[in-house]
Design a protein around this ligand. Structure first.
Ligand code: ADP
Length: 439
């Protein structure tokens, strides 16, 4: 300010001095004219610079500062610096805002921001999917006009947000279970968080069913056994009759033992590390020899077996698990195929180069509607037949588990009255090249 006044005073003094010196030589009017021109010069300078400044501000190109000199050079420079700082701050804030949006979008949970009227201020794409919302269409709509689930409407109106709200079915035709919770923030704003708990709820239901099934499976042989024990205890039985009762009790004991063993196998499969890709399994050697021995012992000459093994196809995985999976498929074929039936066990490579283990039988076959559920724990086509054959209902669940641990596919083909074929198809990554001995 001081500099500006000094400069203006200097120019004014110069003009007056010029008039004083020149008016006696040039005459009054000319001297006055020249002095006035001297005063008009800075005015013109200010007008021109103001016009440039206006253009500069209108163009919104902070970097292209118009040339200036003298007093205004500094003003222009400071103005540009202030504009640059503000611009940078805006860019920073925008970037931060964008990062927040991206973080909210990356969240696996649905997020809806509500204002003090419960109107949608913003929502991420997961929330759009969960609630069938469209932010473009539904922005500033009240959330309870869109989520009309009665439990949610009540939750919103009661304003007791300390507890989350579980909604089993978000809308007609939806099987999604959502856990919703509202968190107040800022002045009367609210954040609605939605978590998809469908899988969690399914897993909980499966666990409940599993415990109920195991209890039921254990209770049946236990009840039978206790009935026999009471009879033996209370009646005076003939030694032969007593022997028969003990044999029947032993059978029930074996059933419980098999069930517990299969449950332990499943528990171990769930807790063990995945089988390494480096363990080579001698399918042609020990595995097939073991399978054949077990099959013949279980069948006791009631079936005809064909064991066909391509000696050059090796497998990478866990030998115990593979033995258990292959053994389960063979034992099923033996247990369900009537006496005199044929069972073919094969290990070979298919056209895609994948190792395939298959068991084909001439048993009763399975009708198509049962096939998708066969690997469920305790699922049986014919419950009493499975029990008669000593089945626990867990065999195929174990096979499926072992298959998935080896990234293999369990394929089932069956025709009622003709027979079934169960195949395990291993990925080529699990192939092991076997060099035939003697080379
Ligand atoms: P289980 O111990 O009852 O045999 P699994 O899980 O091994 O249990 O098999 C499930 C069901 O699949 C069996 O109860 C049976 O109904 C059917 N099943 C399995 N293998 C065969 C087969 N080779 N032939 C006919 N049915 C079979």
């Amino acid at each position: 300010m001081f500099v500006a006044i000094t400069r203006f005073t200097f120019i004014l003094a110069f003009a007056v001095l010029l008039y004083g010196v020149t008016h006696s030589i040039l005459g009054n009017w000319l001297a006055f004219g020249i002095s006035l021109s001297i005063l008009a010069l800075p005015l013109a300078y200010f007008y021109i610079q103001s016009a440039r400044l206006k253009k500069y501000l209108q163009a919104d190109e902070v970097e292209n500062l118009p040339p200036a000199f003298g007093y205004l050079e500094d003003v222009f420079f400071r103005l540009q610096r202030a504009a640059l700082t503000t611009k940078k701050r805006i860019v920073d804030v925008e970037r931060q805002h964008q990062r927040f949006i991206e973080a909210f979008q990356a969240s696996p949970n649905g997020i809806v921001m509500l204002d003090n009227q419960d109107q949608i201020e913003w929502c991420n794409s997961i929330a759009e999917r969960f609630f069938g919302l469209s932010f473009k269409r539904d922005a500033l709509q009240r959330i309870n006009y869109i989520l009309r689930n009665p439990d949610f409407v009540q939750y919103l109106s009661l304003r007791r947000f300390e507890e989350p709200l579980l909604i089993e079915k978000m809308g007609p035709g939806s099987n999604m279970s959502l856990l919703l919770q509202i968190f107040p923030f800022a002045e009367n704003h609210r954040l609605l968080l939605a978590q998809d708990v469908t899988d969690l709820r399914k897993a909980e239901a499966m666990r409940r069913d599993f415990v109920a099934n195991v209890s039921h499976e254990m209770r049946t042989p236990l009840t039978v056994m206790m009935g026999f024990l009471e009879t033996v205890q209370s009646l005076d039985l003939e030694p032969q009759q007593e022997k028969e009762y003990f044999e029947l009790m032993m059978l029930q004991g074996h059933r419980m033992k098999s069930l517990v063993e299969d449950l332990l196998i499943l528990a171990n499969l769930e807790s063990n590390a995945l089988p390494a890709l480096t363990n080579q399994i001698a399918v042609f050697g020990s595995v097939f020899a073991y399978l054949r021995g077990d099959a013949e012992a279980l069948s006791q000459g009631r079936h005809t077996f064909h064991f066909e093994c391509n000696a050059s196809v090796g497998l990478l995985g866990d030998e115990q698990e593979i033995l258990s999976a292959f053994g389960n498929l063979i034992s099923n074929a033996i247990r369900y195929t009537p006496d005199g039936g044929e069972i073919t066990v094969q290990w070979d490579r298919n056209a895609k180069g994948q190792g395939v283990f298959s068991v084909r039988d001439t048993g009763p076959g399975i009708s198509a509607e049962h096939l998708p559920r066969l690997t469920e724990r305790f699922y049986r086509v014919d419950r009493s037949r499975s029990r008669d054959t000593g089945g626990t209902g867990l065999g195929l669940a174990i096979v499926k588990h072992i298959a998935s641990r080896h990234q293999a596919q369990l394929q089932i083909e069956s025709s009622v009255g003709i027979g079934s074929q169960f195949s395990l198809v291993f990925p080529v990554e699990r192939n092991a090249e076997v060099i035939p001995s003697g080379q």
